[in-house]
Design a protein around this ligand. Structure first.
Ligand SMILES: Cc1cc2nc3c(=O)[nH]c(=O)nc-3n(C[C@H](O)[C@H](O)[C@H](O)COP(=O)(O)OP(=O)(O)OC[C@H]3O[C@@H](n4cnc5c(N)ncnc54)[C@H](O)[C@@H]3O)c2cc1C
Length: 394
C-alpha cells in the first residue's frame, strides 16, 4: 500500500474511533468477567490494519510518520484499557527492538510476521527480586554458539498471546554498570521457557499478564539483539519511544473523559439549572481542557523531534516528560470526571460511556513503561545535563 492521502488518513482515524467506542466497548462487557480476549478481537485488529499500520512498508506497513502513529494510538485508546494495552504494544515495542537492533538475517526471518500477528512478542524486564537496570538477576552464560539462561520475570504483559519474548538479562556481571545487560529475542517454545500465573488486575481486563521462568534455557546467539552488553541502551532507547505512546494513550482516554463529562454536565439539571452553568463545574472543565491541550502539545512536539532524529539529544528527556505529564493529566481529568458524574459515575453501564471502567483502566498508566518516580529520575538527570534548557523545532 502506498502513502495515505490526508483524507484517507482522516477517514482511518474516524474508523478506529468508531471501532473503539463501538464494537470494542461492546465486546469488553464479557471480557471484564472472563479476563480473556476472544479470537474476534485479534481478528478485528488484523482486519482494521492495527498490527500493520505502524510498520515500515518493507515489512507490510504504511510508512506513517511518528505523529500519525501517535494519532492512531490516541483514537483506539478511547476504547477498553486492556485492548489499548495490547494495541499500544503492537504498534511499537512489539517490533521496534528487532527492527532497531536485530541482525539483517533475523529481521528478514521475523519482521514480515508482525503485520498479521503471526509474530507477536512480550517485553520481559521486570523482576520480583530486583529493580530494573543494574539490579537485574536473570543470567545468561555463553556456552559455544548458545547462551544458557536461568531466572524469573514477573508482571509481564502479552505472555498469553506471544510467540517470542524480548528478555533483558545479565550477561556481563563484572562489566561496568552500563554494559552488564543484554537483550535476546527468544522463541517461546524454547525448552526451559515457562509461564507462571498471576492474579487478575484492577482494570485493563483481557490483557494477559504472567510471570516467566527460565530453567537452563538454551538461546542461540542469533537471537542476541545488538551487541553483548548493549541491553541497558536497548531498553532505554526502546522505552523512550514507548513512553510517548503511553502519553498518547492517556491523551485519548482524557479527551474522551472530557467529552463525556461535558455531555453529562449539559444534561444534568439541579435546582432548575444544568450543572454546566455552575461556575464550580466550569472551573473543573477548564482544568481538564487545559491539561488535555498541554499534553497534546507535548506529544506533537515530541513527534517532530523524533521524525528529525530518533537519537536526538532531547528525545529521552522529552519522552519521560510526556509520560509524566500524561499521568497528571489523566489523574486530574479522571477525578474531575467522577465528580461531574456524581453517583452514576460509580456504576457500570452508564449511558454516557464507561466512566467507572475508564477510571480503573487508567491506573495502569502509572506503571507501564516506568513509574512517575522513574520518569522524574530520567528527567532530572537530563535537565541537569542540559542546564534546564530544551530545544524546539519550528
Ligand atoms: C499492567 C502492568 C503491565 C506491565 N507490563 C510489563 C511488561 O510487559 N514488561 C515488564 O518488564 N514489566 C511490566 N510491568 C512492570 C512495571 O514496569 C513495573 O510494575 C514498574 O516499573 C514498577 O516496578 P515494580 O512493580 O517492581 O515496583 P517497585 O520497584 O517495587 O517500586 C515501588 C515504588 O518504589 C519506587 N522505587 C523503586 N525503586 C526506586 C528507586 N531506586 N528510587 C526511588 N524510588 C524507587 C517506585 O517508583 C514505586 O513508586 C507491568 C506492570 C503493570 C502494572
Amino acid at each position: 500500500m502506498g502513502k495515505l492521502s490526508e483524507a484517507q488518513f482522516d477517514a482511518y482515524l474516524k474508523k478506529i474511533r468508531a471501532l473503539a467506542e463501538g464494537k470494542l466497548d461492546a465486546m469488553q462487557k464479557d471480557i471484564e468477567v472472563t479476563n480473556v480476549f476472544p479470537e474476534e478481537f485479534y481478528q478485528l485488529g488484523i482486519k482494521n490494519d492495527l498490527y500493520r499500520c505502524s510498520l515500515p512498508s518493507q515489512y507490510g506497513g504504511w510508512d506513517l510518520s511518528e505523529l500519525q502513529i501517535l494519532k492512531i494510538q490516541e483514537e483506539f485508546s478511547r476504547g477498553p484499557g486492556g485492548m489499548r494495552m495490547h494495541l499500544h504494544y503492537a504498534m511499537d515495542l512489539n517490533w521496534r527492538p528487532l527492527y532497531d537492533y536485530g541482525t539483517e538475517a533475523l529481521k528478514k526471518e521475523l519482521m514480515p510476521g508482525f503485520q498479521d500477528r503471526s509474530v507477536f512478542t512480550c517485553w520481559a524486564v521486570t523482576e520480583e527480586k530486583g529493580g530494573t537496570g543494574a539490579d537485574i538477576q536473570t543470567l545468561a552464560v555463553k556456552d559455544g554458539d548458545d547462551y544458557v539462561m536461568n531466572g524469573e520475570k514477573f508482571l509481564i504483559s502479552h505472555t498469553d498471546c506471544c510467540n517470542y519474548a524480548y528478555i533483558t538479562c545479565l550477561t556481563n556481571p563484572d562489566g561496568d554498570k552500563d554494559h552488564r545487560l543484554s537483550t535476546f529475542m527468544v522463541p517461546c517454545n524454547s525448552p526451559g521457557y515457562e509461564v507462571t500465573p498471576m492474579p487478575h488486575m484492577m482494570g485493563a481486563r483481557g490483557a494477559g499478564h504472567t510471570g516467566l521462568k527460565f530453567t537452563n534455557m538454551r538461546v542461540n546467539k542469533k537471537y542476541l539483539l545488538g551487541k553483548e552488553g548493549q541491553g541497558l541502551e536497548i531498553a532505554i532507547h526502546s522505552l523512550s519511544v514507548s513512553r510517548v505512546h503511553i502519553a498518547a494513550s492517556n491523551l485519548g482516554m482524557a479527551q474522551r473523559m472530557l467529552e463525556m463529562s461535558l455531555k453529562r454536565a449539559h444534561d444534568r439539571v439541579t435546582f432548575g439549572k444544568p450543572i454546566i452553568d455552575r461556575q464550580a463545574i466550569r472551573m473543573k472543565i477548564a482544568d481538564m481542557a487545559t491539561h488535555v491541550h498541554a499534553l497534546r502539545t507535548m506529544v506533537y512536539d515530541f513527534a517532530k523531534d523524533y521524525e528529525k532524529d530518533a537519537e536526538g539529544e532531547y528525545i529521552e528527556e522529552k519522552a519521560a516528560m510526556c509520560k509524566l505529564f500524561s499521568i497528571w493529566t489523566t489523574k486530574v481529568v479522571s477525578d474531575e470526571m467522577l465528580e461531574i458524574f456524581g453517583g452514576i459515575g460509580y456504576f457500570e453501564d452508564c449511558e454516557y460511556g464507561p466512566v467507572e471502567r475508564m477510571y480503573r483502566d487508567a491506573r495502569a498508566m502509572w506503571l507501564e513503561e516506568g513509574t512517575p518516580t522513574v520518569q522524574r529520575i530520567t528527567i532530572s538527570r537530563q535537565a541537569i545535563k542540559h542546564g534546564g534548557n530544551l530545544e524546539y523545532l519550528d
